[in-house]
Design a protein around this ligand. Structure first.
Ligand code: SF4
Length: 422
C-alpha cells in the first residue's frame, strides 16, 4: 500500500525539490529504519525540503518533528490531498481515529509496468494485540465501487493484471451505504471491466471469506488462483492472545476447502515467530501449519514488540529464540515451496512478463525465469544499431513487459521456476 500511495504523492509533488519519507510502523525495526532513512536523505539532499509522512509519523508526529533533519510532518489522513502538501504547517496530523469519511482519492495506484495495485480500503477496526497499524491508519474506510471501477478501467488499457489492496481488505464496504462486501466489488469490477485479464487480491482475513468471495476465488478464471491469508499463528492459545478471530482448525479447513474447490490454487500466509508466551510446543503448532495448510507463499515475521500495544506488556520470548524460530519457519516454508514448484515442472503456465523481460509470475504467483528470454532474444539476433537502441528502451512492445506468455516449465532454481516459451 505504501508503494501505491508513494506513487500518488510523487504525482502531487512534481517539480518540487522535496524528499518524502513515507514511513512504516509495522515493527520497531521499521521505525528505526525510517529514522536512518531520514538522516541519509538529509545528507544526500541538503538543500531539499524533507517531509515525513506514513504510519510512523502518524503515531509519533512530535518525535519526527523534533528531528533536526525534518522540515514538515504530514499525517496519513492528509497525505493524499494536494492541499496538505501546499500548506505551511510544520506538523499537519489529525486524529486518525476521527477519520471516517469514505475517500475516493484512496484509490491510489502503483504500477510495475506489468501489474497495477489499487488501494480500495484503508484502516482497520480490529485490534490484534501485536499490531500498531490501526493507530497509524485509523478505522476501516472503503472506496466506493464506482471510483474503483473507473480507476481499473483506465489501468486495464495498459495492464494485464490488477491487484486489489487494503490494510484489512475483507472489511471492504462495511462503512459504505448498503454495506457491499468484497465479493460484490470483485463481481462488479469483472462485469464492468471486461478488458481486465487478471485480478488478484492481496492478503485476506480467512474468517471473513463469505460464500460469494469463496466462489469467486475458486470458480472465476479471471480471479487468480492465489489466496494469501492473514493466519499469524497455528496455536489456539497464541491466536487467542493475539486477539485473532479464527482457530487453527478453521485455518486448516479453509485451506482444504479452497484446494478441493480449485485444484492448483496456491495458498500463502503471514506467520509470526516468537509471539510473547510462545512455548516450544505452541511454536510446533505454527510450524506444522505450513504442511497442514500446504502454504507455498509465506511472509515470516520474527515478533518484535510495538510500543503501546498489549502484546508488548506480555512476557517476552528471548530474542535469540525468536530469531531461531523464524529461521525454522523459513526453512520449512522453503522446503514446502520447492516441493510445490517441482510439481509444476512439465506443466504449461501463463506468465505475465515483468522487468527486465525474462521473468514474471504465473497465475498462482510462482516466479518464473524464461530461458531464452522470449523478447530480448529475438531482438538480439542480428539487430541493427536502430534495433539495439529500441531494445535498450523500456517500450513494452519491444521488451514484452506486460505481455502474458505461454511457458513450458522445465525445472526450478533458487525458489523460482525455469521455463521456455511454449
Ligand atoms: S486485522 Fe491486521 S491490520 Fe488489523 S489489527 Fe489485526 S493485524 Fe493489524
Amino acid at each position: 500500500m505504501n508503494l501505491a500511495e508513494s506513487e500518488t504523492i510523487r504525482t502531487l509533488l512534481t517539480g518540487r525539490d522535496t524528499v518524502v519519507v513515507n514511513s512504516c510502523a509495522v515493527t520497531n525495526e521499521a521505525v528505526k529504519a525510517t529514522r536512518k532513512a531520514i538522516r541519509r536523505a538529509r545528507r544526500d539532499r541538503p538543500e531539499a525540503e524533507l517531509i515525513v509522512t506514513g504510519c510512523a509519523a502518524q503515531i509519533d508526529p512530535a518525535g519526527f518533528a523534533a528531528m533536526p533533519e525534518v522540515d514538515r510532518v504530514i499525517g496519513n489522513a492528509e497525505k493524499l490531498a494536494a492541499a496538505a502538501w501546499a500548506a505551511p504547517d510544520p506538523v499537519l496530523v489529525q486524529d486518525i481515529m476521527a477519520v471516517r469519511e469514505t475517500a475516493p482519492h484512496l484509490a491510489a495506484s502503483f504500477s510495475t509496468h506489468a501489474r497495477a495495485f489499487v488501494e480500495v480500503q484503508n484502516g482497520c477496526d480490529h485490534r490484534c494485540t501485536f499490531c500498531a497499524i490501526p493507530y497509524g491508519r485509523g478505522n476501516s474506510r472503503s472506496v466506493p465501487a464506482g471510483a474503483v471501477i473507473e480507476r481499473i478501467a483506465t489501468l486495464a488499457e495498459s495492464h494485464a493484471e490488477v491487484v486489489l489492496t487494503g490494510v484489512d481488505l475483507t472489511s471492504y464496504g462495511h462503512d459504505l451505504p448498503g454495506r457491499p462486501d468484497l465479493g460484490t466489488l470483485v463481481e462488479r469490477v469483472l462485469r464492468h471491466v471486461p478488458r481486465l485479464r487478471r485480478l488478484r487480491l492481496s492478503s485476506l482475513d480467512g474468517i471473513e471469506i463469505d460464500d460469494r468471495l469463496f466462489a469467486l476465488l475458486t470458480q472465476e478464471p479471471r480471479v487468480m488462483p492465489h489466496v494469501h491469508l492473514s493466519l499469524q499463528a497455528g496455536d489456539d492459545m497464541i491466536l487467542k492472545r493475539m486477539k485473532r478471530r479464527h482457530s487453527r482448525a478453521e485455518s486448516v479447513a479453509l485451506a482444504e476447502r479452497l484446494k478441493a474447490a480449485r485444484p492448483g490454487i496456491a495458498i500463502g500466509a503471514d506467520l509470526i515467530a516468537g509471539f510473547p508466551t510462545e512455548t516450544e510446543a505452541m511454536f510446533a503448532n505454527t510450524l506444522a501449519l505450513i504442511a497442514d495448510c500446504g502454504l507455498v507463499h509465506t511472509h515470516i515475521f520474527p515478533y518484535s514488540p510495538r510500543a503501546g500495544t498489549p502484546a508488548a506488556k506480555m512476557p517476552q520470548v528471548e530474542p535469540e529464540v525468536v530469531k531461531a524460530r523464524a529461521a525454522r519457519l523459513r526453512e520449512a516454508a522453503s522446503e514446502r515451496r520447492d516441493t510445490w514448484l517441482t510439481s509444476l515442472v512439465g506443466t504449461e503456465q501463463q506468465v505475465l512478463i515483468e522487468r527486465p523481460g525474462d521473468r514474471g509470475h504465473t497465475p498462482n504467483f510462482a516466479e518464473a525465469r524464461l530461458t531464452p528470454p522470449p523478447f530480448a532474444l529475438s531482438l538480439s539476433k542480428g539487430c541493427s544499431s536502430f534495433e539495439e537502441k529500441d531494445r535498450a528502451s523500456t517500450s513494452s512492445a519491444r521488451t514484452g513487459i506486460g505481455k502474458i506468455v505461454s511457458v513450458k516449465v522445465t525445472g526450478i532454481e533458487n525458489g523460482k521456476l525455469l521455463g521456455t516459451p511454449a
